[in-house]
Design a protein around this ligand. Sequence first.
Ligand SMILES: Nc1nc2c(ncn2[C@@H]2O[C@H](COP(=O)(O)OP(=O)(O)O)[C@@H](O)[C@H]2O)c(=O)[nH]1
Ligand SMILES: [Mg+2]
Length: 321
Amino acid sequence: MPELSKIEEISQGVVAGDRRSIARAITIIENDAPEAKTLISKIYSHTGKAHIIGLTGPSGSGKSTLIEKIVREYRRRGKSVGVVAVDPTSPFTGGAFLGDRIRMQELSTDEGVFIRSMATRNYPGGIAKATRDAVKILDAAGKDIVIVETVGAGQSEVEIIKVAETIVVIHAPGLGDDIQAIKAGLMEIADIFVVNKADRENAEKAITDIQAMLQLNTKEKAWKPPVLKTVALTGEGVPQLIEKLEEHRTFLKREKIGEKSLLRAETELVEAIKEKAVNSIIEELKREGKFQETLQKIMAKEIDPSSAAEKLLHSKFKKAK
Ligand SMILES: Nc1nc2c(ncn2[C@@H]2O[C@H](COP(=O)(O)OP(=O)(O)O)[C@@H](O)[C@H]2O)c(=O)[nH]1
Ligand SMILES: [Mg+2]
C-alpha cells in the first residue's frame, strides 16, 4: 500500500496531468483502500471543469465504436479526452474484433487521450463509486471531456445519472427491433438520443419510434432531447452530435446549478453519510460488546437479525423504530 507521501506525489502528478500518476490513482481508487479517500480529498478541489458525458444503451448498439469517433472529433477540435468504459465487452480491453481493438490502441497512444476500462473485476466499494472516482481523477487531471460508457442494462442506467452531466442514450436498429430495448428509465434520463447504424434499414423507424415516445412525455422541459442519427463505423453524424453535446453543456451552465449536479452532490453526500454512520455505529456497538452479544443470540436463534438490529438501534437512538 502506498504511504501518505506516495499519495501526495500521485495526487500532484494527477493534477499535473501525468499519465502514469492517473493510471496509478485509478488503481488505488479501484481497490477502495483507505488511501483512496485521501487521494480523492486531495484532488477534489481540482474537479468540476470537465464536461462529463455518459453514453449508455444496449450492448451491440455501437457505443464503443461511436466513442472512438467522438474522441477523434474532440481531438480535432483541440480538446483532451478521458474515457472510462464500464462494459465487459469493451474493445478498450478486448472481447472485440481485432480491427476495433487496433483502432482503440492507436487512440490511446495519443497524449491527449486517456482510456481506462473498468470491466474485469468486482470493486469493493461498488462499480458506481469506482467509476465516479475515476471520472474525478480524469477531471482533476485536466481532461476537457470525460466520457463514461455503460451498458444500459440492470442498474447501470440509473447509476449513470449520478456520474454524468450530459447523458446520451444510444439505440440501433436490429436490436430486438422495437424501442422496448430502450428501457423506460433510460427515456427519462436522456439528454440526447442517438440512433446509430443509420446505414441499416429500419433506422428511420427507430427515430420515429423514439420521437413518438418523447411526445408521450408531456412534462414541460427546458431542454428538449434531440434525436440524432450516426454511422459510428464511418463517423457520419458525429460532428452534429458534438454540436449538441456542446449546446447541452452551454444550457447546463446557463441554468447555473442544474438539477443534475444537485442530485449528484446529494447522492454522494447521502452515500458518504450512510457509510460513515454505519461504520461508526458498528464500531461503537463492538466496543460496548453489544455487537458480539447480539451475534451470539442470533446464532442461538433467540432473535432474528432484523429484530436484533432494531433493538440495538432503539437502545442507541430512542426514537428509531
Ligand atoms: N453497420 C454498422 N455497424 C456498426 C455501426 N457502429 C458499430 N457497428 C458494429 O456493431 C458492433 C458493436 O459495436 P460496439 O461499438 O462494440 O457496440 P457496444 O456494445 O454498444 O459498445 C461492432 O461489430 C461494430 O463494428 C454502424 O454505424 N453501422
Ligand atoms: Mg462497448
